[in-house]
Ligand binder design. Structure first.
Ligand code: URA
Length: 433
């Protein structure tokens, strides 16, 4: 394969063949194609795009660049969920037990956090004793016995994507819809799911700043799912402020447990119920979305999903007492208020700034090998649309360290206070099937 000709072809806006895309991915993964040629091709894709067939071929080539997880030992239709990333996103801890309570198995592999967004695995590890590494047989057995298991990513899943993502990060080629869509979907395909439900975030705290961009990304991913034989639904949800009121590891587990008790914030409950309903329909538990939503809402209220979560925690070695008494989860030594400089209504909370503040307090990682403080985080006492008087606390920082000044500056800047109450936002903006 002539890489220079491939770059020129895409630069002219012509579609690449399946063989050309496969040759590029295989060659780049092996190290035969240098970064400078891969960067040039990525930039040409950013400018010229890819059609649906090319995007599906790219996805499949990346999914096939490493191991594929074999979930055939799990009984039933396997439905996976993926979020494009947000701050305070603890939706998986509510969705997975809800879907499992409806009889649909959830075998989930998740990652650790980096930068301003937290990771599912770090959050689970705030539960004392909880093991996120299980031998493969136990992982599959737990799914069959308890309906769900969540472990850290193991093996060599989509190594082409790992390498290309690192290159995109430093060459200004992250924000291209075919590249993002194929990156996300290649990992889901390699993880072995039969059906996929995507939570595509839009707003100031998300990759996709507008609902129109988010819809294009959602459509691209649903089209990939369709051409690769995975039924896929994408929900577009608001990420103009953090989800819920808790940001951090133990904090977010506490808020997820509150939601499973029917006492959680409205945004977490609404988005969780929507995603879980789509998953349960794809898995065949209900004939339609309306029936699924009604039944799952009842399961949330009755504590059935909470019972699944308790069994899941116990099965992975965690202290299940924390589920009934969340105050047993790690708590920070110091709790410091950040106060409003003026009276008014909260007009917005910059999710990325809140995520960076939580990271500064120790809840997240600046670098891949940093450790995290499970007790650190932020509680938002005021959210968008709520009234605050001058000098009243907007939020509380939880910390064991001495880094509260940087976090406080970020949090003060994160809040916008205005004279008028802003119109309420919808949590779910659109759905692509
Ligand atoms: N998340 C991914 O996994 N890949 C992207 O390209 C962007 C976000």
């Amino acid at each position: 394969m002539n890489m220079v000709e491939l770059i020129r072809k895409k630069r002219r806006g012509e579609p690449l063949t399946k063989e050309e895309i496969g040759g590029f991915i295989a060659g780049y993964t092996r190290g035969d194609i240098p970064d400078y040629q891969a960067s040039a091709l990525l930039m040409a894709i950013c400018f010229r795009g890819m059609d649906a067939r090319e995007t599906a071929d790219l996805t499949l080539a990346m999914a096939d660049s490493g191991d594929r997880i074999d979930l055939s030992a799990v009984r039933g239709v396997k439905v996976d969920k993926h979020s494009t990333g947000g701050v305070g996103d603890k939706i998986s801890f509510v969705v997975a037990p809800l879907v499992a309570a409806a009889g649909i198995p959830v075998a989930k592999m998740s990652g650790r956090g980096l930068g301003h967004t937290g990771g599912t695995i770090d959050k689970l590890e705030s539960i004392p004793g909880f093991r996120t590494e299980l031998p493969n047989e136990q992982f599959l057995d737990n799914v069959n016995r308890y309906g769900m298991a969540i472990v850290g990513q193991t093996g060599n899943l989509a190594p082409a994507d790992k390498k290309l993502y690192a290159l995109r990060d430093v060459t200004g080629t992250v924000d291209s819809i075919p590249l993002i869509a194929s990156s996300v979907m290649s990992k889901k395909i390699a993880s072995g799911a039969d059906c996929i439900v995507l939570d595509v975030k839009t707003g100031s705290g998300a990759f996709m700043k507008t609902a129109a961009e988010a819809r294009l990304l959602a459509e691209a991913m649903v089209a990939i799912g369709k051409s690769l034989g995975r039924r896929t639904v994408a929900v577009i949800s608001d990420m103009n402020e953090p989800l819920g009121r808790e940001i951090g590891n133990a904090n977010e587990i506490r808020e997820a447990i509150a939601t499973l008790r029917g006492e959680g914030p409205a945004d977490i409950a609404a988005i969780s119920l929507a995603l879980a309903s789509h998953m349960a329909v794809l898995g065949g538990a209900f004939p339609d979305y309306g029936a699924a939503h009604e039944r799952l809402a009842a399961m949330l209220a009755s504590g059935e999903a909470l019972a699944v979560f308790r069994r899941f925690v116990l099965a992975q070695g965690g202290d299940a007492a924390c589920v009934d008494r969340p105050e047993l989860l790690p708590q920070a030594k110091r709790h410091i208020d950040v106060r409003a400089a003026a009276a008014g209504y909260v007009a917005g909370i910059d999710a990325e700034a809140v995520g960076l503040a939580a990271m500064a307090l120790g809840a997240g990682r600046r670098r891949k090998d940093d450790s995290v403080d499970h007790a650190a985080g932020v509680t938002l006492l005021r959210k968008t649309g709520e009234r605050v008087e001058a000098g009243e606390p907007l939020c509380v920082m939880h910390t064991n360290g001495d880094n509260a000044d940087e976090a406080a500056r970020l949090l003060e800047r994160a809040y916008t206070i205005g004279a008028d109450r802003p119109a309420p936002r919808e949590y779910i903006l659109d759905t692509v099937r």
